[in-house]
Each structure stands twice: as C-alpha cells, then as structure tokens.
Write a protein that binds this ligand. Structure first.
Ligand SMILES: Cc1cc2nc3c(=O)[nH]c(=O)nc-3n(C[C@H](O)[C@H](O)[C@H](O)COP(=O)(O)O)c2cc1C
Ligand SMILES: CC(C)CC(=O)C(=O)O
Length: 373
C-alpha cells in the first residue's frame, strides 16, 4: 500500500454502546429512543443502508475541498450539529463542551431551546474557541407571543445567525421508552436554562416548553419580529415546502425529528428528493436523521441537500469523551466525507448528483420516482 492511509476508524454503533455503559438507563433511553414502535427511528438509518453510490471515474483532480456555502456563510464541510435537548444529561460540561468542539472544528451548531445551558453561554463558549463560529438557535413557537419574542431576543443578543423553527411538533410524540421508564423530569440541578425568567415564569424559575399547534400566521408574526434567517425544521410534505418558499422562509431542514414524533413518518432521506424537487433550488435544503457516516452525507447531498445534520452521535461522543469526544467525532465525519467525495469522483460537494444514487438489489435500480439515467 502506498500513500498515506486515509479514512478514519469509526464505528457509530460501538460509540453508542460505549455511551450506554456511561449513562443512567433512563437517560440513555431518552436520547436513543423514538416514538411508538420506533419505526421512523430505525428507518432513518436503514434507508441510507438501502442506497448505494455509483462512483464516477477518471475525473482527475485534485479536489477543491469539502467547503459549502449556506445562507451566505462558508462552512468547512456540509455537516452541522442538529439541535438536541439537555446535553448535561450526557456530560457535566453539556452544551459548553459541544459548542467548543463544534467551534474548534468549524462545524455549525444548532443549539436547542431545550438546552441545559443558556444560549448566551453557548455562543460565548463557541466564540472563545473560534470567533467565526456559526451558532443557530432552535425554537419551538410558544402559545404566548411574548414568550416567543423574548426567546428570539435572547438568541439575537447572544449572536445566533439563524432561527431553526421546529414545526413537526404540534403535540409531543409518544416516547415509548420514556413512558416505560417514567422519565419526564430533568434530575435536580439541571434545567432548561433558556426558559428561565420568561413571562409567566416564577422569578428565577423556568417555564415548561410547550409543543403547540402553531399555524402559518404565527410564522408570519415571527418573520415580522426578526431579521434573522428562518429555517423550518421538520418539513416532509412537498406542498408544505412550496408554501414555505412562498412565505419567504430562508431554508428547510428535512427531518422526522430523529423518529421521535410521528412514528409513521418516512425516513428523512426518503422524504428529501420530493422536498428538494418542490423547492427547485430556490432556498437551501438541509436534512437530518440517521446520518452516521461520510457515505450518508454524500447520499444526502446527491439527493438534493446542501448539508446534513447529526443528532444522537454527538450526544454519544459527549457522554464518552466530553469536548474531545465531540471534536473527534466531527473531525472524523468530515474526513470520512472528504474520502467518500473523492472516491465518488467529486472535486467539491456540489459534484455529487442524483444519478449517482441507486437502490441496492440485483439488479440495482434508480430509487422510485427518480428518472432513469
Ligand atoms: C435526545 C434528543 C433530543 C432532541 N431534542 C430536539 C429539540 O429540542 N428540538 C428539535 O427540533 N429536535 C430535537 N431532536 C431531534 C434532532 O434535532 C434531530 O432531528 C435528530 O436527532 C436527527 O437524527 P439522528 O439523531 O438520527 O442524527 C432531538 C433528538 C434527540 C435524539
Ligand atoms: C424534551 C423536548 C423539549 C426535546 C426532545 O426530546 C425532542 O424534541 O425530541
């Protein structure tokens, strides 16, 4: 073998197993689990495994790297950290460790409204590592406009550069494992810090996070409230994607919420082509759910996404290795993607195209609904 050995040794299932050994069972289950029979959860990873990539050959080189531009900012790779709640369940340093690792690797971070660290502290930790760090704020629209408005002001003041509005949660999904374990409260000492001192909270106390059936009017009110770009998270139906574009939404994040809301939802990567088709390049489309390897990122890009997000693996890396664990995970995923891109004959992420994606089987075939070559 000549030349440097590239390609990381990384086993996402082993990472999850190591995390399981570190965590209280009910906390592991809260992170790992999904809604109902966990079909949507399983399908997210299985759907990627059903797809294969046809590499293009003799395309020369060298590549120009893995950089992509999203909402006017250059990202080092088409990879971001999806918003997940309660990082201090995984590690005492919680969101601060995640933010430092994301910033150190240049990976954009979507910090959650349900974080156990206030957004101002998350952004400060990220910027201390890297002044250019990109941090977005994930928001559940709240029934009281004043509460939403205050959360938006906190995200703006902290220095977040986009709002990710999660729209797949008009009600809370039935998390089978949490119901079985009776897990419904954070342990003493942890709180949803962004919910502190909001209108309606007792002084110094927090409010519950409402999952509530907002409508397009509420989104328009949010649009009037802020100049930050709005990213809608949890759009799966192409008609909703079209409406979102017409309503001036700045980007979409195709997601089934990691299988935690509607158990009958399709895998994220299966929903992606139709949404990308409906959007027709007018705004960027991102995706998350089941992304575990560079090949998954490459498949997502080939099917129309500009970048892919990771949720659970970040929490597993945090549980097992704190900041260093997350840094290693994010660097590994980027290196893995760079290698896959090169193996597919791509010089840059945009070179990956839908004609390179086939459904496994003999003979392999173009995924249903996709034109033949
Ligand atoms: C423990 C956990 C908490 C989550 N919390 C939120 C949240 O507060 N808001 C949100 O929009 N999505 C939340 N999600 C969904 C993630 O943003 C993302 O869609 C999903 O985890 C991606 O799938 P993956 O875990 O397979 O990578 C959460 C997911 C997990 C696993
Ligand atoms: C507890 C919720 C606010 C967050 C969560 O678990 C989710 O959105 O999946």
């Amino acid at each position: 073998m000549t030349g440097p050995r590239t390609g990381p040794a990384y086993d996402p299932a082993a990472l999850a197993r190591r995390a399981r050994a570190q965590l209280l069972p009910e906390h592991y289950d809260f992170i790992a689990g999904g809604a109902g029979e966990e079909r949507a959860l399983r399908e997210n990873e299985d759907a990627f495994a059903r797809l294969a990539l046809l590499p293009r050959v003799l395309r020369g080189g060298p590549g120009s790297g893995t950089r992509v531009t999203v909402l006017g900012r250059e990202w080092p790779a088409p990879l971001f950290v999806s918003p997940t709640a309660f990082h201090r369940l995984a590690h005492p340093d919680g969101e601060l460790a995640t933010a430092r690792a994301a910033a150190a690797t240049g990976t954009p971070l979507v910090t959650g409204m349900a974080a156990t660290t206030a957004v101002a502290d998350v952004v400060a930790a990220a910027r201390a590592r890297n002044p250019e760090a990109v941090v977005w704020f994930q928001l559940y629209l709240q029934p009281e406009h004043e509460v939403t408005a205050e959360l938006v002001r906190r995200a703006e003041r902290a220095g977040c550069s986009a709002l990710v509005v999660t729209v797949d949660s008009p009600v809370f999904g039935s998390r089978t494992r949490d119901l079985r374990n009776g897990f419904h409260d954070l342990p003493p000492g942890l709180a949803a810090e962004n919910m502190r001192d909001l209108p309606g909270a007792a002084p110094g106390g927090t409010r519950d996070i409402a999952m509530w059936p907002a409508g397009w009017d509420d989104l328009r009110r949010l649009r009037d409230l802020t100049d930050l770009p709005l990213v809608l998270k949890g759009v799966l139906h192409p008609a909703d994607a079209r409406t979102a574009v017409e309503q001036g939404v700045d980007a979409l994040l195709v997601s089934n919420h990691g299988g935690r809301q509607l158990d009958a939802a399709p895998a994220a990567v299966e929903a992606l082509p139709a949404v990308a088709g409906a959007v027709a390049g007018r705004i960027p489309v991102l995706v998350d759910g089941g992304v575990r390897r560079g090949t998954d990122i490459a498949l997502a890009l080939a099917l129309g996404a500009v970048a892919a997000g990771v949720g659970r693996p970040v929490l597993w890396a945090l549980a097992t290795g704190g900041e260093d664990g997350v840094t290693e995970l994010l660097s590994t995923l980027r290196a893995d993607f760079a290698q896959v891109l090169a193996l597919c004959g791509g010089h840059r992420p945009g070179d990956l195209t839908a004609d390179q994606v086939v459904a496994r089987g003999f003979p392999y075939h173009r995924p249903k609904g996709e034109p033949a070559w």
